[in-house]
Design a binder for this molecule. Structure first.
Ligand code: PLP
Length: 475
């Protein structure tokens, strides 16, 4: 045996047994306090011993003291049982960030979710003391705020579209403009949803122009629906024509054909008031007389993930009766959050003050600039002289496939770490508790105050200081 092999053998012999590490005071305390499950601790101990053995065999150094192995094992065990889903600070400036859970909820919605978490009157009529319907919680308020005759809620808007097409058009034709064969992220494509729903797609018009006559010519004995799809995540510009919903409704109803609209975003307020591009509102669609209008709960509406169907009573009831409904129905916690969010829309001013999505959309340039300046001052104080911290003009986004062409001017804080340290800083921010998600543009870390709640600002400053100290440039 060579001298090197000898040294390795000796180091391996110094490694304590699993049992010996489990006997360490720190491990015994963690187990006695039920801080960690025994299985996770055992896996942690085996893991660190295996890693140490490997390091020694590879000719490296490894700690062999039982106490330091125990500390490392407990770290592993804690990491293994830590929750996967955690709250994050969104400093990207993308309001409906699909990767970060789309709409953050209003405090009223959060409180309602907690109330519903235990037993609640989900399908129980407290007045009659008998079975009720889970849809009662939101149908009334949905009718109130949208003006529709009837309403129904499912898991998401993709499910709402699938249910609408299946219940109203299975085995029959659905007429859609070629300019509206939308794909939404996550492979939701109108032609494919149509096929899933067993409906036959009848495309009309061209990509840029579709006229009333195109629909009219396509209507025949097999036509079940005229479908309008809001091009929520793209725009066709230039030489274009499309048929307005009212016109489509007039045409359909003259010919005895129902009209459905997939509205996507579910906007309930006039965004024109915020000085941004106006989105068609749900109320507009209902007023135009469509039989069925579907939209998301967690896009511009600013509520929980849900799909909402509103419209004429017979069309909504046909959806509610369909067997697919049982597979698509929402849970009590979602319904509670949705009811509380919708209730805020009874008073438009309250909705604008309490629903974070609307607050962020409405934030003015002056207010954002003042917040960016304050954040920059706090960051200079926390990071000291070496840090380059500047305020600059930037652009936020609505996100979530909404308002694709709308630039939302903002003011951002740019933090620069020389020697290529900015990307290490960004990576360290993701490891902070709570993690901070930010963009890197050229050599700057970019923090947009628009999507950071004001009460998160001190934690954001702490997080950047923490990450700064852990992302020193290599020597
Ligand atoms: C977003 C969107 C959908 C899908 O809605 P989810 O709630 O994400 O399922 C469907 N259609 C349109 C037009 C959309 O914008």
């Amino acid at each position: 045996m060579s001298a090197v092999d000898n040294a390795r053998q000796q180091a391996l012999r110094q490694l304590p047994s699993v049992e010996r590490v489990l006997q360490c005071e720190s491990v015994r305390r963690a187990l006695a306090g039920s801080e960690l499950p025994r299985s996770a601790v055992l896996d942690g101990v085996r893991g660190v011993l295996a890693a140490a053995r490997e390091a020694i065999l590879a000719g490296g150094a490894a700690a062999t003291a039982a106490d330091s192995l125990a500390a490392a094992a407990l770290d592993r065990a804690r990491a293994a049982v830590a929750p996967h889903l955690v709250g994050v600070i969104n400093a990207t400036g993308v309001i409906l960030h699909t990767n970060l859970g789309r709409a953050p909820l209003a405090p009223e919605a959060v409180a309602a979710m907690l109330r519903a978490a235990g037993y609640c009157n989900l399908e129980y009529d407290l007045g009659r003391g008998a079975r009720g319907s889970r849809h009662d919680a939101v149908e009334g308020v949905l009718r109130e705020v949208t003006g529709a005759e009837a309403a129904l809620v499912v898991n998401n808007n993709a499910a709402a579209v699938l249910l609408g097409l299946t219940a109203l058009a299975r085995g029959r034709e659905v007429v859609v403009s070629r300019g509206e064969l939308v794909e939404i992220g996550g492979a939701f494509r109108i032609p494919e949803v149509m096929a899933q729903g067993g409906a036959i797609l009848r495309e009309v018009g061209s990509t840029n122009k579709t006229k009333p006559l195109d629909y009219e010519r396509a209507i025949g004995p097999d036509t079940a629906l005229l479908l309008k799809v809001h091009t929520s995540n793209y725009r066709i510009l230039g030489f274009t024509a499309s048929v307005a919903l009212e016109e489509l409704v007039a045409l359909g109803h003259r010919q005895g054909v129902a009209v459905m609209e997939d509205l996507g975003g579910g906007c309930l307020v006039d965004l024109g008031e915020f000085g941004i591009e106006r989105e068609p509102t749900v109320q507009d669609s209902v007023r135009s007389g469509a039989d069925l209008v579907t939209f998301s709960g967690d896009k511009l509406l600013g509520g929980p993930q849900a799909g909402i169907l509103v419209g004429r009573r017979d069309a909504v009831e046909a959806c509610g009766r369909h067997p697919l409904m049982r597979a698509l129905r929402p849970d009590k916690v979602t319904l509670a959050a949705l009811e509380a969010t919708l209730a805020l829309y009874r008073d438009g001013r309250r909705a604008r003050e309490r629903i974070p999505t609307l607050v962020m959309l409405a934030a003015t340039g002056d207010a954002l600039r003042a917040r960016a300046e304050r954040l920059a001052a706090d960051l200079r104080g926390a990071l000291g002289e070496g840090a380059g911290v500047e305020v600059a003009a930037g652009v936020s986004e609505a996100g979530g496939g909404s308002l694709p062409l709308q630039e939302l001017p903002t003011w951002v804080v740019e933090v620069r770490r020389h020697g290529g340290g900015t990307s290490r800083l960004e990576a360290a921010l993701r490891r902070h508790d709570p993690p901070v998600i930010a963009r890197v543009h050229e050599d700057a870390l970019v923090l947009d105050p628009r999507t950071v709640a004001p009460d998160q600002e001190p934690r954001l400053v702490d997080a950047v200081a923490w990450a700064w100290s852990r992302s020193e440039p290599p020597e």
